[in-house]
Design a protein around this ligand. Structure first.
Ligand code: NAP
Length: 319
């Protein structure tokens, strides 16, 4: 029997990865901070809520992690839990840095103590590259993080590399660029834009307030990106991989596409300087060559089609 643990199972990626691993015949143990106030919307939407075992676990307490590892003997741990918002990290820098680093260090130490054969996946982020001096980003590019979130992810990333090199643990870091789905939290760019545009269309909202929309990002589709997480954990050698579409586009062009699709006038877009971040990445996109060649990960996500699919799914589910 194959057992996998997924931390942050209630998040977007946690729900899609649960579905994928269940389909591969795994027993899935999903960890959440709080069983009582659990937000299981994504797990219910994908109809996996009752097929996985949910456990409460505070990843800042190593004794709780050790107990879970001993109880379930997993072959793989996928660490998706994090304070995952760049914007929030500017308001909560200490909490973000503490949680996103210590939760990872505790899991690495627990695996080292309990069973060194357990494979570990870390959700690293393209935000780690920050101040970009060469595009496309590759696995060899220099890290220059520009937010507390990015700094926490960079530190966690290097802890993973260090535990792999120092103790021979099987650890893969998936360095993922922005990836979206209907299950994305409301406070992230694409979900926010689509939801608010539908509200404007339905007369529930007058305008869309946005910050700097001339920055460019590399967007992809979450259900396809979690496949890459699984594939890297099955490869015989543990390594780090960029998971991205390979193209960037301005946030402005995306908003205009959403508005055009819904037939909304562009004059409803209002730039609010209060929504600007203290520092931001101008343009970023990566090369997915290593993942495609080494893992046979196939990704040719047509962003326009993904966008239309997400707008239609959101409309269908909006009352
Ligand atoms: P998400 O939807 O925000 O989910 C993150 C999960 O982490 C939550 O469901 C939450 O579950 C848990 N969590 C634990 N401590 C938290 C805290 N202090 N604040 C907020 N949440 C906390 O994230 P996702 O989009 O699925 O992303 C999965 C992982 O990939 C994250 O580590 C993220 O940083 C990373 N990543 C995401 C992207 C992207 O574009 N989506 C890109 C690069 C990297 P409980 O409350 O149930 O514990």
């Amino acid at each position: 029997m194959k057992t996998a643990i997924i931390t942050g199972v209630t998040g977007q990626d946690g729900a899609y990865l649960s579905l994928l691993l269940l389909n591969k015949g795994y027993t899935v143990i999903g960890l959440t901070r709080s069983y009582n106030s659990i937000n299981s919307f994504g797990l219910e939407y994908l109809k996996v809520r009752d097929k996985i075992l949910l456990e409460e676990c505070d990843l800042t307490d190593i004794s709780q992690i050790i107990k879970i590892l001993k109880k379930y003997n997993p072959i793989e741990v996928y660490n998706l839990s994090a304070q995952s918002s760049v914007s929030n990290s500017f308001n909560q820098p200490i909490g973000t840095v503490q949680y996103n680093i210590i939760s990872v260090l505790n899991q690495l130490e627990a695996i080292k103590l309990v069973d060194k054969t357990i494979k570990f996946y870390q959700a690293s982020s393209s935000e780690m590259y920050g101040m970009v001096n060469q595009l496309p980003i590759t696995e060899e590019s220099v890290l220059h993080p520009l937010s507390p979130y990015a700094i926490s992810k960079a530190a966690a990333h290097w802890l993973c590399v260090n535990y792999r090199e120092s103790y021979g643990l099987f650890i893969c870091c998936g360095i993922l660029f922005n990836h979206e789905s209907y299950l994305r939290s409301d406070n992230f760019f694409l979900k926010k834009i689509i939801k608010q545009a539908i509200n404007i269309k339905m007369g529930r909202q007058k305008e869309l307030k946005v910050g700097n929309i001339d920055i460019k990002r590399d967007f992809g589709y979450a259900p396809k990106y979690v496949e890459a997480m699984y594939l890297m954990m099955q490869h015989e050698l543990a390594s780090d991989y960029l998971i991205c579409s390979g193209k960037s586009r301005t946030l402005r062009s995306i908003i205009e596409k959403v508005f055009a699709y819904l037939d909304i006038s562009f004059d409803k877009i209002v730039i609010d300087p209060r929504l600007y971040r203290p520092t931001d990445i101008e343009d970023i996109y990566g090369s997915n060559l290593k993942a495609k060649q080494t893992l046979n990960w196939d990704y040719d996500g047509d962003f326009e089609l993904i966008l239309e699919g997400l707008i239609n799914e959101e409309r269908k589910n909006t009352l």
